[in-house]
Design a protein. Structure first.
Length: 385
């Protein structure tokens, strides 16, 4: 990719409010949307956190009734979406307030799809399959990584088929995101680390995507720089770092939602569905090898990203070392002594043909800077065992 990209591009974004206490605007905006009752979508861990109470109070203060749906697990399933849609309808809700990490926000999007379109969520897998607009959706993210609160993506798992399925549509862009750093202070260490890793890889893939634009580039580079400067082993204990990591996740989401992602996410989706491993971890495991594969198509951009990881500011090494610089830099940044292998996480050599096929069918692969063949993807998986 050379020169300044002048290709025609679009950009979509929700309204968003940032700052300490932003979550308390949930009631006011529900009232602005003329809602009388909302489905408050969350998960069991978040429901136990004290910081959720002001959200409920804000709904009550604005005379908004609510029904709580919290039967959501990591990697939300088709069954959870369908259960949530039944709760939405049976309780007479008119909108959704989603409070939680990417799993909760994705499930809320699925609930909204069925609320206005009926049928089964599996009917909407793919790109631009949603016919009718969703009910108003307000998102309050409790992690800084998925960026589901600003994106046009939702990932829904089918546990029987062991797949993670993408739904991509402008209809999935929420109406409002309330970006409040206070919920990050209660994150478990593993979630805090993997979600920040997810944000970084979103920005990296969006920047190298063949669907990037000058606007998405701006958000990507700001996100990468901010994460590199503010990530720390216990960033969630530092209010200033928490806020900056949350803003970096916002930037990454605005980038990839419009530019697309790539092979890292196609492989991570395949692995996540097959093994139910954490998405941020799956992306981290494959990212260095994918960067090495992509170098011939995006070396300039990969080198620019590596500049944020390389300590010697005088001169970056030869291109052949850039993937290693990025891989080692991410391990140091996120506190890993070594990168886990896929075999450590239960992947067998006989699983690879199925993982390859799923990767090739994943929509994210279309915007990878270098489109791989099945043989290329097979070699990547074999190297990671």
């Amino acid at each position: 990719m050379t020169g300044y990209n002048r290709d025609v591009r679009k950009f979509v974004s929700p309204e968003f409010i940032t700052g300490v206490g932003a979550r308390k605007f949930a009631g006011r905006y529900s009232s602005n949307f003329n809602l009388k009752k909302v489905l408050l979508v969350t998960d069991p861990r978040v429901r136990r956190c004290e910081w959720i109470s002001p959200i409920m109070d804000s709904l009550c203060d604005n005379s908004i009734d609510y029904e709580i749906f919290s039967s959501i697990t990591e990697n939300p399933s088709v069954d959870e979406v369908m259960d949530g849609s039944r709760a939405f309808r049976s309780s007479g809700c008119e909108g959704i307030v989603a409070v939680g990490g990417g799993s909760v926000l994705d499930c809320a999007k699925g609930i909204g799809i069925i609320a206005e379109n009926s049928g089964h969520i599996s009917e909407y897998i793919g790109i631009d399959m949603i016919r009718n607009p969703m009910p108003p959706l307000i998102c309050i993210p409790s992690t800084a990584g998925s960026s589901a609160d600003v994106s046009q993506y939702a990932v829904i798992s089918d546990r029987e088929q062991r797949t993670k399925n993408l739904i991509i549509s402008k209809s999935l862009v929420p109406d409002l995101s309330l970006l409040d750093p206070e919920p990050l202070s209660t994150l478990p260490e593993d979630i805090a680390r993997s979600s920040a890793m997810d944000a970084l890889i979103h920005a990296m893939e969006g920047y190298c995507s063949n669907g990037s634009s000058p606007v998405t580039d701006m958000f990507a580079m700001n996100s990468i720089e901010m994460i590199a400067e503010n990530i720390a082993p216990d960033y969630w204990n530092d209010p200033d770092r928490c806020f900056k990591i949350m803003i970096s996740s916002l930037y990454a989401g605005l980038c990839f939602s419009n530019a697309g992602l790539g092979l890292v996410h196609s492989m991570a989706h395949a692995l996540g569905g097959w093994t139910e491993m954490n998405h941020g971890l799956a992306s981290f495991i494959v990212v260095s090898d994918v960067i090495k594969f992509n170098m011939e198509a995006a070396s300039g951009r990969c080198r620019k990203i590596a500049g944020y990881f390389w300590k010697d500011t005088e001169r970056l090494p030869d291109d052949s070392f850039v993937p290693d610089i990025l891989g080692e830099g991410m391990m140091e940044m996120f506190g890993y002594d070594e990168r886990p292998s896929l075999s450590d996480l239960g992947v067998l050599s006989e699983d690879i043909p199925e993982l390859v096929q799923r990767t090739m069918n994943d929509p994210c692969i279309a915007t990878n800077p270098r489109i791989p063949r099945k043989k290329d993807v097979e070699e990547l998986y074999l190297n990671l065992l």
